[in-house]
Design a protein around this ligand. Structure first.
Ligand code: G1P
Length: 288
């Protein structure tokens, strides 16, 4: 089955980013010249997916405005002859078909994805956390949809992490290796820490689910913090169908925390066609 839809959970408070996120959505924090969420949307579009549901909450209206037309701004840019900027601004609204679903209570990533049930029902659906910027030749979510279309089961993205990473991410246990980068999974635990981690393979914010994910989320018990974790829901899904992991090819920047955000900003600035050269010079000067 072809994957035509994607859910982008964007309802959280962005506590790891305070005070920057006190009065602006975390997803609108700028990396170089684009808000974080635009990187995710471009990744989705790069995989040929055009229907996107963003899970939002109070105080997130900037997200909707960003992906909408902006007639006054467009007229202004046109009158001033700023055609490149005009094209750039117009392009954003045409990237995809957007829906917005409000999550009234922030009850975890699993719960946020469940809010997309009406949107995704009966079809495979991708889910992407906008905290992560993936810089890959083949968009990360496309690496997953390709695997999904071949294997027909839920696929999660995997990356290798160090001991610290086992405290920040869901960690998996492998059942068998299918090919160089594809694994069938036996189990997974949310943020186990180094002592309880099954492996150094973590689930890093990209998923392609079979339609049964929503029933699995409903059966998933809440965790100690009162939240429904998507890692636990995928575990429930494992009782009735195989789940696969794809070790992605490319780079990932965890822009959901301050240091990862700085790393991502510097790395992407150095690669930027316009800023790469000047940024390198600035860094060299600063470092003396
Ligand atoms: C979430 C998931 C976790 C995953 C991570 C990837 O955690 O719960 O399993 O590894 O995203 O970024 P969060 O970052 O919301 O704490």
């Amino acid at each position: 089955m072809k994957v035509r839809k994607a859910i982008v959970p964007a309802a959280g408070f962005g506590t790891r980013f305070l005070p920057a996120t006190k009065a602006q959505p975390k997803e609108m924090v700028t990396v170089i010249d684009k808000p974080l969420i635009q990187y995710t949307v471009e990744e989705i579009v790069g995989a040929g997916i055009r229907q996107i549901a963003v899970i939002t909450s109070r105080g997130k209206s900037a997200l909707e405005d960003h992906f909408d037309r902006s007639p006054e701004l467009e007229t202004f840019l046109e009158e001033k002859g700023k055609m490149n900027l005009l094209e750039e601004v117009r392009k954003i609204a045409g990237l995809a078909e957007f829906s917005y679903i409000r999550q009234a209570h922030m009850l975890g990533l699993g719960h946020a994805i469940l809010m997309g049930e009406g949107f995704g029902a009966g079809e495979p659906v991708a889910a992407l956390t906008p905290d992560d910027i993936y810089d890959c030749d083949v968009p990360c979510i496309k690496q997953l949809t390709d695997a999904f279309e071949e294997l027909g089961g839920t696929v999660v993205v995997l990356g290798r992490v160090d001991k610290e990473g086992t405290k920040k991410y869901g960690v998996v246990k492998v059942k068998r290796q299918i090919s160089e980068r594809v694994f069938e999974l036996a189990d997974m635990v949310e943020k186990p820490g180094p002592d309880k981690a099954f492996s150094d393979l973590a689930m890093l914010g990209r998923y392609v689910f079979t339609p049964q994910i929503f029933e699995a989320i409903k059966k998933t018990p809440v965790d100690a913090r009162g939240e429904i974790q998507i890692t636990d829901a995928v575990r429930v899904l494992l009782d009735s169908q195989p789940v696969y992991g794809v070790l992605f090819e490319g780079k990932r920047y965890d822009c959901g925390n301050k240091l990862g955000f700085l790393e991502g900003t510097i790395a992407l600035a150095l690669k930027h066609p316009e800023f790469g050269g000047p940024v390198r010079k600035i860094i060299e000067l600063l470092l003396g």
